[in-house]
Structure formats: C-alpha cells, structure tokens
Write a protein that binds this ligand. Structure first.
Ligand SMILES: [Zn+2]
Length: 424
C-alpha cells in the first residue's frame, strides 16, 4: 500500500519532467492534507499560498488524474484566479467559478501522464468514464478562450435569475432552500441539479470552489515574478505556444502602459545559463546539474529625437529603462533619419539622458535602427518614438526582440515586435 504522501511525491516528480512550469510553482508553495476541502484547492491568505487537498479524494484518482488536479490548481494561481475580486451575488459568484475552471481546463492537454478525472462508476449525474471536470464543449463554447470571455458567454446563456441553489445540512439532507447567507458553517449550498446550469455543472465543480481565494497584491506580484522566471529559465517545457500565450496574457490584465513596458522589458533580462558542477539544480535537485549565470546580453535603446517625443514622455520611459539597467547593460542612441554617434556605445545612466537633444526637425526613419543593431549584434531593441515613419516588416527584425514604446496618439501600425502605446 502506497501512502498518500508517496503518491503526491510521485506526481510531483512526474510533473518536474513533464510539466516543469507547474512543478516550479508547486515546490514554492505549502501543501496540506485537510478535510476542510472535499477535493483540492489553492488557498491564498495574507500573502501565504497553500495547496489544500483531501487525501481520500486524491487516493481515488488515477496517477494521471492526480497530475491533472495538481496542474489545474497551480493554473488557478498562474492565471491569478485566486486573487481576483469576485462577486457577492451567489449566482454570479458561481458563474465566475465555472468560468475559471473552463479557462483552465481548456489549457490542459491530456496525454499519457495527465488525464481529466472521469467517473469510476455510474451515478445519477455521471455515467462511468464520463468526464467529471468542466470543459467548454459541455456548454457548446469554443476552446482556448479567456476567463473573461467564458464569463460573458455564461452570463448570456444562463441569466443569473434562472440559476437555482439548494441548501444541505452536513449529512446531505436538503433543508429549505432560502436566499441570503446560511449562518451555519456546516450548511453546504449547492447548485440545483435541475436548473439549466446545474444540469451541466452539478458534480463537476466543488460547491466550495474558490472559497479559499482572497485579493492579494503581494501574491499577484509573486506570481508575475515567477512567470517571468519560468520564461527566463525556459521552463515551459513542451507547453504548447497558445497555452503559454494565454498564461502570459493573464499576467498583464490590469496594468497601465508603464507596467506593460516593465513586464515586457523583464523578458529582456536574459541570463545565459551554463551547467555548473558545483551544485545541484535548485528546481529539480539531484542528479540534475545546477546552472551559473554566464553573461548578460545588452539592450539597445533608441530614442526618436525628431519631433513629438517630449520630455514628459521621455522621463516616464526612462524610469522603466532605469529599472532594467540594474540587471543588464543598456546602450542608448538617439536617432531621427539616422543614428547619432553610431560607433559610440553610450552606457545608460541618468546623467546621459540630459544630453539627449530634441531637435524637432521632423523626419524619422526606422530602418537605420535595425541595420545598426544588426551590425553591433544587439538582439534586444527598444524604440521610443511617435511611430510615424517607414513600416518595419518582420523580415527586418529577424533574430531580434523589439519593443516599440509609442507616445500618446502615435502610430501603432506596421511595426514588427511588441507595440506598447503610452497613455497619459
Ligand atoms: Zn478549479
């Protein structure tokens, strides 16, 4: 007989190889067996993240199903669901939780090691082998949408007024259904399996789903940071590109342009990792070799001095550049129709900023930037400009990562790379 701890460990080891990004987060949070939850749940409380799990529930699952459950819970964290502000209205709150699960489960691809949980026997609500988790197909919704998109679709299809609930005591007896909050903590409020939404969702989502979540900016920051680390350390493994894209999108929701620029620049701070014989890998342990940081690639910043980039735009932009200058070499040039002092590598410092002259002559040309970057083997390029000049197709920036910081009201079109519009 294998103990539940061993089973848990097995799954974690499996994930370290098969799903390194999930493992990366899983080893950074607390785990606790508890009867408080009937399945598994991520708990966020005062900056502490804890995975709560019910041993009996996990023991009934196959190993591949347990992997699914762990991936599912970690994804709630990665997509910031555990820290979302949710509604106090019971029906709306329920729909929000359904939308979260749809947004997650559509991202998890089944393979030999990860399988959606299935009913082990026939029951009133699920036939044997029927999937007991929520997936978009059950609703006739398209796959790969975001939480917000599923929420919209659910609200259209299931008006909150038509969603019904039943109240049960701790022995599972139905007690008079009522509105308002039940005083007794033992009372479980479940979706009514006879209402339209309940017909699809009953038994596929815990009535307590999302109960342990709370708004927490510290945890939000922690997650963003860890996602950056996953990207930097190339821990996405075999995660499909569109899945990675959805996870990255969930990181930039409520941010202003400065935050977006900051986040994008974060990807620029690349450390070349080389195997080290001096220590074991800090994520995977023995027998994987650790890595040491070898070198840091410089970032080339090109500031358009021709016209509408003003000092106010520049100073906000500089704050962000300064932040990455702590970690990596930032080289800076000014340009309009040409690069000024192209052979002089000016290492970024606040003092040098004041030497940038805004000539205001008009006339801008982007092509020289990328020729200059190519010649000097700069692969990470940031351009601050109003965006009005020649188009730059992807072929011009091959092998480079490019961020365009476009001043308010500027031209966002025709630019290969990431385009960020600055707003006032
Ligand atoms: Zn869930």
């Amino acid at each position: 007989m294998v103990s539940i701890d061993q089973l848990f460990e097995e799954v974690r080891n499996l994930l370290s190889v098969n799903c390194p990004m999930v493992f990366h987060l899983l080893v950074r949070i607390f785990t606790q067996a508890t009867k408080q939850v009937d399945t598994a749940a991520m708990s966020v409380h005062n900056g502490r993240i804890e995975l709560l799990y019910n041993e009996e529930f996990l023991a009934k699952l196959t190993k591949a199903e347990r992997s699914f459950v762990l991936v599912h819970e970690v994804m709630h964290l990665m997509l910031h669901h555990c820290t979302l502000r949710t509604s106090h209205d019971r029906a709306r709150h329920y729909i929000e939780n359904v939308a979260m699960d749809l947004a997650i489960n559509t991202l998890i691809r089944e393979d030999d090691y990860i399988k959606l949980p299935r009913a082990k026997e026939d029951s009133e609500f699920a036939k044997k082998d029927e999937i007991t988790a929520l997936v978009p197909e059950q609703f006739g919704f398209p796959p790969m949408l975001s939480y917000e998109q599923y929420l919209d679709l659910l609200e259209q299809k299931f008006p909150p007024k038509k969603i019904a609930f039943v109240f049960k005591d701790k022995d599972g007896n139905i007690i008079g259904g009522a509105d308002g909050d039940p005083e007794d903590a033992d009372i479980v409020v479940e979706i009514d399996p006879n209402c339209d939404l309940g017909k699809i969702t009953y038994g596929k989502i815990s009535p307590k789903h999302g109960e342990q979540y709370s708004e927490d900016p510290f945890v939000d920051d922690f997650i963003r940071n860890e996602i950056e680390n996953i990207t930097r350390n190339k821990l996405w493994g075999n995660t499909p590109g569109d899945v990675v894209e959805n996870i990255l999108k969930a990181q930039i929701q409520p941010l202003d342009w400065g935050d977006i620029l900051h986040l994008e620049l974060g990807h620029f701070i690349s450390f070349d990792k080389i195997p080290s014989r001096r220590r074991w890998n800090k994520h995977f342990g023995k027998p994987f070799l650790g890595v040491t940081t070898k070198s840091v690639e410089p970032v080339g910043v090109y500031v358009d001095t021709s016209g509408s980039v003003g000092n106010a735009d520049l100073s906000r932009f500089i704050v962000e550049i300064e932040r990455i200058a702590h970690y990596t070499t930032v080289l800076m040039w000014s340009f309009d129709t040409q690069i000024y002092d192209p052979e002089e590598a000016i290492v970024f410092s606040r003092r040098d900023i004041s030497s940038i002259e805004f000539k205001g002559r008009g006339g801008t040309c982007f092509k020289p930037i990328f020729e200059h970057a190519k010649k000097h083997e700069i692969h990470k390029v940031v351009v601050l400009t109003d965006g009005y000049a020649d188009e730059i197709p992807a072929s011009d920036v091959e092998g480079m990562e490019v961020i365009w910081a476009i001043t308010p009201g500027g031209n966002l079109e025709g630019k290969a790379g990431t385009v960020i519009e600055m707003k006032r």
